[in-house]
Write a protein that binds this ligand. Structure first.
Ligand code: PEP
Ligand code: MG
Length: 554
């Protein structure tokens, strides 16, 4: 069994096909017959374009117009006169076609990478893709074609490139395992290209992030049953698409999605998200080589705000430190990073840098219902300090004549025991609460979420955690502010009736859990939830709570 990180829900079972990166190394050499070298390049380019066109034609029928267009776009980019001129120029200077291609394409790639607009930055990956394709033709190396796959194929790749994503034969792929990345694949497992071999039977459990190669008969049949049940449940949940989220007795709830970048939007909306309950802005910082500028951040936030068409978008300000490292910030190594200089603590100490983000958020607020959320709050002073910076930013934007949301809401991520204990005081300062159970459980139980030895303690069902959640929700509700939850627990069908009883308004989760949560919420009335909550709060141990909730589950 290979453990990796989970990247998307579901179980895939099939036969492994390892799509190894082609060996594109070459010896750079000087050419004397410049005309012949240019011709050699043109011939390779022509074959590349021909193959790409054939793939696009196939995809138009098999995959979809959009994907086919992405492929056709590669042909236009590859034939771009600027690129051709740069390559011919390098060959004129004596470079071989391979080196000329690498130099020219790298120059264009870097140019795209340095652009503010994300659309342009995505082109950089397309350029890299084209380079691979043409270089393979020049060197006579085979590139694996993923557009036609045998039924039930588990594709194993080092990294999923844009052309792979666009061309992959979606009808026949059972699972995708990558060595790097994760957000667009089913499972990301280190060294999978060398560990898994062609023809092996493999189970990809996307939810757990594991790959089981050559499973024993019993394991295989167990997973086959799970896969069947999963597919059936998925089909049944379609009845909840497009419906309102209401309890059995008609109380309206908001079902929101957690995202890490504007790239996750399509998936969120496809799964029927009504709002964005948590945009983890640190991914914008982690995916970059240096601090993203105000403009870059503004574009990313605006994109999400506009796409939500007036529905709320809660954007958490930089939650750096602990499990979230950003190398170029060069933060000092600490003995105990989870209790250290991180999140809002770091941001307040670096106010000028923080204001760049706050200004971008305020400006994006002019394009939708953007709300600012402060992570890792432990005292009222932090909330006041952030709000003071927000006011400073508003005054600056006003003076500069830039559009912004003067009534932007500033809320608190409730994820520390300290915040929970002063929930009444924080509710006087905050416009909303969102409970981060991932950290709240950890800090309440003093149990690291990633430590297997104490995973038994890392459970939402402990009475200490339940009381804390209840306290936060009740204090928020009493103060008349919106209370949501964006930690994993919001998607737990066992816990959801208790959250309804406590008065939680917004449930925010990863996209694939949304329809299932809508179903669970629809199955419970407030009175039934209250009855269950009373019993749960009377329990002494986590095991009792869990058993009670399991017995009551619908
Ligand atoms: C949380 O702590 O519950 C949360 C949602 O944030 P993260 O998992 O990013 O710390
Ligand atoms: Mg957290």
């Amino acid at each position: 069994m290979y453990q990796g990180v989970n990247a998307s829900e579901g179980i895939g079972i099939g036969s492994v096909m390892v799509a190894v990166d082609p060996d594109l190394t070459f010896e750079p050499h000087e050419v004397s017959d410049v005309a012949a070298e240019k011709e050699r390049y043109q011939a390779a380019l022509a074959v590349f374009c021909e193959k790409t066109q054939a793939q696009a034609d196939h995809m138009k029928v098999a995959v979809g117009e959009n994907e086919a267009e992405i492929m056709a776009g590669h042909i236009i980019l590859a034939q771009d006169p600027g690129m051709t001129d740069a390559i011919n120029g390098a060959i004129d200077g004596g470079a071989c076609a391979e080196q000329a291609l690498v130099d020219a394409s790298t120059m264009f790639e870097n140019m795209f990478l340095s652009m503010d607009d994300e659309m342009f930055r995505l082109r950089a990956a397309d350029i890299a893709d084209i380079r691979t394709g043409i270089l393979a033709e020049l060197l006579g190396v085979e590139v694996v074609d993923l557009s036609v796959l045998p039924e039930n194929t588990v594709v194993v790749v080092h990294d999923l490139t844009p052309s792979m994503t666009a061309t992959i034969d979606k009808d026949h792929v059972a699972g995708i395992v990558t060595e790097t990345g994760g957000r667009t694949s089913h499972s990301a497992v280190a060294n999978s290209c060398s560990a898994l071999r062609n023809g092996m039977t493999a189970i990809v459990d996307g939810s757990k992030g594991i790959v089981i190669a050559e499973p024993e008969a019993e394991v295989l049949s167990d997973y086959q049953a799970q896969a069947k049940a999963f597919a059936e449940e998925k089909a049944a949940l379609e009845a909840f698409r497009g419906q309102e989220t209401v309890t059995a007795d008609g109380i309206k709830k908001i079902l929101a999605c957690n995202i890490g970048s504007p790239n996750d939007l399509a998936n969120a909306l496809e799964h029927d998200a009504e709002a964005i309950g948590l945009f983890r802005s640190e991914f914008l910082f982690m995916d970059a080589a240096e601090l993203p500028s105000e403009e870059e951040q503004f574009q990313a936030y605006r994109k999400v705000a506009s796409a939500l068409k007036g529905a709320p978008v809660i954007i958490r300000t930089l939650d750096v430190g602990g499990d979230k490292e950003i190398p170029y910030l060069h933060m000092e190594k600490e003995e105990n990073p989870f209790m250290g200089f991180r999140a809002v603590r770091y941001c307040l100490e670096n106010a000028d840098q923080y204001k760049v983000q706050l200004r971008a958020l305020l400006r994006a607020g002019a394009f939708g219902d953007v709300k600012i959320m402060i992570p890792l709050v432990t005292c009222v002073e932090e909330v006041r300090a952030v709000k003071a910076l927000v006011e400073e930013c508003k005054a600056e934007l006003e003076a500069e004549g830039l559009k912004y949301d003067e009534n932007i809401e500033v809320g608190v991520m409730m994820e520390t025991p300290a915040a929970s204990l002063i929930a009444d005081k924080l509710a006087e300062e905050a416009d909303f609460f969102s409970i981060g159970t991932n950290d709240l459980i950890g800090y309440t139980m003093c149990a690291d979420r990633g430590n297997d030895h104490i995973s038994n303690l890392y459970q939402v069902y402990y009475p200490a955690v339940l009381r804390s959640i209840k306290n936060i929700i009740e204090n928020g509700v009493n103060a008349g502010i919106m209370v949501g939850m964006c930690g994993e627990a919001a998607a737990d069908p066992l816990l959801e009736p208790l959250l309804i009883s406590f008065g939680l308004e917004e449930f925010s989760m990863s996209a694939p859990s949304i329809l299932r949560a809508r179903k669970t919420i629809s199955q419970w009335s407030k009175a039934e939830c209250d009855e269950l909550a009373e019993k749960a709060l009377a329990c002494t141990t986590a095991a009792e709570v869990k058993a009670l909730l399991e017995a009551a589950a619908r």
